[in-house]
Design a protein around this ligand. Sequence first.
Ligand code: UFG
Length: 338
Amino acid sequence: MARAPLNVLVTGGAGYIGSHVVRDLVQAGHEVTVYDSLYSGHEWAVLGADFVRGDLAERARLEWLLGSRNFHAAIHCAGHIWVGESVKNPAKYYFNNASNAFRLFDLCAQYGIRHVVFSSTAAVYGQPDEATIDEDTPLAPINPYGASKAMAERALQDVAAASGLTFAILRYFNVAGADAQARIGEATPDNSHLVKVALETAIGLRGAMRINGTDYPTQDGTCIRDYVHVDDLANAHLLALDHLTAGGDPFVANCGYGHGFSVRQVLESVRQVTGVDFPIETGPRREGDPAILVADSRRIKALLGWTPRHDDLERIVATAWAWERRLQDMRGERRLSA
Ligand code: UFG
């Protein structure tokens, strides 16, 4: 049965994950407006949607936007994302990821937006003992990033209870990979994500890279994460929206595949896919890093029928590599035309 097109606001829709969500919403026939400050996003990444530049802190601008378009739903992807940075500059994370998110949710309720999908994170769990983490695991973040997202989750639940809007909280594990046609991908400046840093090293933008800690209680001593392809993650947002608009109950769900790779395993895959034997150093642990984060993903599969299509580390790395080379070309083209 064909679904009715929705009018959807996507905050952070010019960023890495948001732009993939926007691409799929547009492809599915929805009317999409992106609200993004371009602090770390790029207007060229917005494929086929309306773009409004603005910051979450600008209440009047948000009110103007919400008041002038009749949005059915909001997908809140905008946020700061760096665990290491959050330890050094917690206020930046609490203001943007918690206070600004709360303002947005409150405005959504005031302006009659019926459904909110929120980008949360595995970092809300902290460092649980379980081999795989399910959604009922108590939240115990060990860094300000995770704490700021846990606060926003709570705020959304409270706003929903008071207003009747319904929500989906998606707890992302480690997102990587890129659009299969390499039109969009991770282009966030000053990036510290493992796959991205490794690819930037392979392509020659960095002289060497460092493994953050080799003394973790894991098989090879390096941290283990559940790497999920951005296309599977984007699809989870569309399914969440379908669920909510069909009258489904609010929910919280992990987005991960349920198995992890160590830092060394990821770097080995990057060396194989790129064919570049780039230099790798070892260093101390990075503050705020839990040893192992792997999703129990049964809930999202059962509730939404989410069926991952790219659960393959080599494919994740290969699509990210194709994108990294495309990005290098784009930067070269811009330099030439400047
Ligand atoms: N790492 C290195 N060297 C690097 C970069 C990363 O060894 O140059 C290590 C990190 O220390 C960590 C692992 O690779 O052990 C993964 O680190 P990332 O920075 O790629 O990702 P994080 O697990 O810190 O965090 C990411 C997102 C968060 C999200 C989290 C969910 O940045 O937004 O995944 O698990 F919440």
